[in-house]
Ligand binder design. Structure first.
Ligand code: TXA
Ligand code: MG
Length: 335
């Protein structure tokens, strides 16, 4: 299949590429589109035939459920049972939607089992990107959309990254520029008595806690012990072609680089002015900048045939928790 890449102006009214995307989606085809977090690979979330094409294009295991993207609270209620958690969903929705928050709720029968990987719950979110919003509005149905990468690879934050992963596998990519956030949404399970973060993201526990008293920071061990609640989280993830190694101490990096026979190493750092011999140094001013650019930096490194990427470990607090969650999965080991 030939993959078409069409530029869309997020601010413009409905124009040709969007109309084409809507027609494809209404016809049970898949389309990649930008969200504020990462690019999604969308399809009609209420059509089993359409959703099956997402799994096929990504090579995604069938036991990893998808997020439904909806326009508003009313649309949440079409796919999820909110009688129990209604007040909380409303409060959270008012505060954080549209935005990078995904809620796991009991599912309604209208949602195909393929979307939820057979679970009794469904994940929903209201995306903030105008292109995503227009698509949902024009389609009139929930869009199932995982990140638009081949399964196991870093999430795409530009249309070029989608193309690099899914060329010939999908018909259309809407190019809405670079994603603002660059990291996937925070997934919160509200289907249980004590709500829990299943996947940490840009939205951190401290921001959610006022609405969810007692909400704990995400901890890998807790979720790993309860794998059925976070089905996707046990897969190796976010892995670029280059070897990724985490470092705690920059002195150790110097020794490591001497011992490794890397042809083209890159050292990512949060420390300004660092020099590392013949390794390329990429500096980010703070956690937010690193988070936003991490996946794109992996991609650029791949394009430049970098074979080793050293990434600093960060403290597992707040956004650092989310960043380390992805880094530990991307990394081969730590030094
Ligand atoms: O920011 C995002 O969330 C992006 C954009 C495109 O919206 N989407 C995304 O989707 O990251 P995906 O499929 O790559 O990750 C969805 C995560 C997976 O870890 C999956 O296991 C989890 O959400 N999930 C989906 N449905 C679930 C459910 N019913 N119960 C528990 N976890 C669920
Ligand atoms: Mg993903």
């Amino acid at each position: 299949m030939k993959t078409k890449l069409s530029i869309v102006d997020p601010k413009a009214p409905l124009e040709a590429p969007l109309t084409e995307a809507v027609a494809l989606l209404k016809n049970d085809e898949v389309v990649a589109f930008p969200t504020e977090t990462v690019y999604g690979l969308g399809a009609n979330g209420l059509s089993e035939k359409a959703v099956a094409k997402i799994f096929k294009a990504k090579g995604r295991p069938a036991d990893n459920p998808l997020i439904l993207h909806v326009a508003d609270l009313a649309m949440v209620a079409q796919v999820a049972e909110i009688s129990q958690a209604g007040a909380v969903v409303e409060q959270l929705g008012k505060k954080f939607w549209p935005g990078p928050l995904t809620l796991v709720l009991p599912k309604k029968p209208i949602v195909p089992n393929l979307v939820t990987a057979g679970l009794s719950t469904v994940a929903v979110r209201v995306p903030a990107h105008p292109v995503a919003q227009k698509l949902i509005e024009e389609c009139g149905f929930a869009l199932a959309a995982p990140s638009a990468n081949r399964s196991g690879r870093p999430s795409p934050t530009t249309a070029d990254m989608v193309l690099a992963d899914l060329d010939t596998k999908i018909g259309l990519i809407l190019d809405g520029g670079r994603c603002d956030i660059g990291l996937e949404s925070t997934v919160v399970d509200l289907s249980i008595d004590s709500p829990a973060i299943l996947r940490p993201g840009r939205l951190i526990a401290a921001e959610l806690a006022p609405y969810l008293p007692g909400l704990a920071e995400y901890t890998a061990t807790k979720v790993q012990q309860e794998t059925p609640r976070a089905p996707g989280m046990h897969y190796q993830h976010y892995t670029p072609d280059a070897k990724v190694v985490l470092y705690a101490d920059i002195e150790a990096v110097k020794d490591f680089l001497k011992s490794e026979s890397a042809r083209k190493p890159v050292v990512i750092t949060l420390a300004k002015g660092l020099e590392m011999g013949n390794a390329e140094v990429i500096y980010f001013e703070g956690l937010e900048a690193l988070t936003q650019n991490l996946y794109y930096t992996f991609y650029e490194a791949e394009q430049n045939e970098v074979d080793l990427i050293l990434v600093p470990q960060v403290e597992e607090r707040g956004l650092g928790t989310s960043l380390m969650n992805r880094l530990k999965k991307a990394a081969s080991f730590s030094i």
